[in-house]
Design a protein around this ligand. Sequence first.
Ligand code: GLC
Length: 423
Amino acid sequence: MTISKSIETDRTTWFRNARFGMFIHWGLYSITAKDMWYYSKEEVPREKYEKLFNRFNPIDYNPSQWAELARDAGMKYAVITTKHHDGFCLFDSKLTDFKITNTPYGKDLIKPWIEAFRNVGLKVGFYYSLLDWHHQHYTIDSLHPQRNDEEAKSGKREWSQYVSYLHGQLRELLTNYGKIDILWSDFSYEGKGAKEWESEEIIRMTREINPEILINNRLGLPEDFTTPEQYIPEDVIKDGDKTRMWESCMTIGQSWGYYRQDPENKSTTQLIRMLVDTVSKDGNLLLNVGPTPRGRIQDEFVTNLQEIGQWMSKNGESIYGAGISKFIPPTDARYTQKQEMLYLHLFHCQQGWLALPELAGKVKYATLLGDGTNLKIEDYTALSRAGTAPGIKDREKDLCVLMPAHMPDPRDTVVSLCLRPNV
Ligand code: GLC
């Protein structure tokens, strides 16, 4: 192994092992209890939107509580919106007045956030919007809330000024808060991409300041990892014959920002299964919360995260450092694998003998991961001789596991299978 290869492995290993992180979308828009995009979709006049600035005062903000919640949910890293598309900065930037320290709250939100998350041992990342609907030199395009505002459109805009602002703010974020683990920029689209952002220069600067940082692909260049949004890919993500590191970002409801009474909140069962599905395809899950304007994470999400944490505390071994397996799971189940440990995740109730294709003779023993108890295993052929095999024909290569009468966890019961060497 060459030296550069081993640095590469070290740099990304924590991320591959972590598998589960918290995404935080927070800003002025949370006051409206609507997703940030309403600003653009409803073409809200800028003066009206920006009035929220004078009301932003998250007096209940306690990032240690967030950090403990994330840690107890089993998350290993977190990414927060330092600036979203509206241009409002949650950090104390010297390059703009449109920032948290000028709101009634008056204090940098990012510094205590970083400290709180680092204190509980989580890695930290910055989301940074490349789009900026506040900056006077950000050119008005079809996504801009002022796209039909003739007066705004007639103003002279100098793109290079915006680019130096963008680069300058990223430099601030990368230098003023200690070592950042992830730079999560957002996003490139028709007419605004790597060339316009001058992404190569951003990446050069970022890696010069912090050679180990991980950079997502939304600067319009592939960099370290791919970021499917609101879906889990069908399979591992490939680039030619190499696999790509990837992370799906998902909301619990339908909105990134705080959305009171979201009718589409996912259940804890869905969230656990989503995480498992992700890991079974070698990916990470970045699960989003949108704190309230007062600075709390809403009760429903706290419950979700606590329940995920209970499951993780028993079954985390099948998630951290685990990934894809070459074995094909039975219906309504997933496999994750870590070296010789193969983890069977059952999303349904299963009693009696369960047949696992292709595993006959390959497993030393099976354990119920949640409590560590042994589960009886037999090769299918032995069971069929005894007349007790499950009713599936031509399955000589199956291994059968005897499942207990009560599934310990109807959301996902995990069976760990210790494979024989060289399987
Ligand atoms: C999209 C949205 C943005 C959100 C992001 C999260 O790019 O525009 O609002 O922050 O997805 O991935």
